[in-house]
Design a protein around this ligand. Structure first.
Ligand code: G3P
Length: 217
């Protein structure tokens, strides 16, 4: 499974990329607002750090506006992936942009039929929002499993990009369900390393090493 960082924070992106952990980045208007930086400059900076797909979201609601914004953003770098909403106009924009050779991420997907439509429209990525389904009392992971089954049934090449990931368990479940990508907030990505028995074991090793009185360097 590929890891994307779900953030517009350049420092986090630099750190994760230097570790070789990042296969791409996703941003959205809320994350750009949180980072406080200029949108297009931020996307350009991220594309200098990360070779993989970098999602930049359009804000127009109509197909002509989405296409104008998408084509403009796509000029920033060859790895810019245009994020369009799961709407009728978004699907039209998806088809047009992918036909032009631009990668497209269809976002705000909340059911399997929407994912089917995105695949039919040629989407590069479909973004089912796991956490937001959990928020309303559903199980977001069921959606990943359904989309995986449907895409496999028909050999759709659209990649399942598990989004709205809130917990380390979401990451594991996405991997088990066969998501192609998980886009993960940096704090959650860093939390994947944690286990209490790792900490406890490390403490015991350190204590026993101290008893030896030895030094490595
Ligand atoms: O990738 C979409 C993601 O940023 C949404 O996450 O936590 O706002 O539902 P969240």
């Amino acid at each position: 499974m590929k890891f994307f960082a779900d953030t517009a924070d350049l420092n986090d992106i630099r750190e994760l990329a230097a570790m070789g952990l990042l296969d791409g980045v996703t941003t959205n208007p809320s994350l750009v607002a949180k980072s406080g930086g200029d949108f297009k400059q931020t996307i350009a900076e991220i594309c200098k750090i990360v070779d993989g797909p970098v999602s930049a979201e359009v804000v127009a609601m109509d197909v002509d506006g989405m296409l104008a914004e998408g084509r403009h953003l796509a000029k920033i770098a060859s790895n810019v992936t245009i994020k369009v909403p799961m709407t009728w106009d978004g699907l039209k924009a998806c088809r047009a942009l992918t036909s032009e050779g631009t990668m497209v991420n269809v976002t705000l997907c909340f059911n399997a039929n929407q994912a089917l439509l995105a695949a039919k429209a040629g989407a590069t990525f479909i973004s089912p929002f796991i956490g937001r389904l959990d928020d309303i009392g559903l199980d977001g992971m069921d959606l990943i499993e359904e989309i995986r089954e449907i895409y496999d049934n028909y050999d759709f090449e659209t990649q399942i990009l598990a989004a709205s990931i809130r917990t380390v368990n979401h990451v594991k479940q996405s991997a088990l369900a066969g998501a192609d990508v998980a886009t993960v907030p940096p704090a959650t990505l860093k939390a994947l390393v944690k286990h209490p028995l790792t900490d406890k074991g490390l403490e015991a090793f350190a204590a026993d090493w101290a008893k030896t009185g030895q030094k490595i360097l």
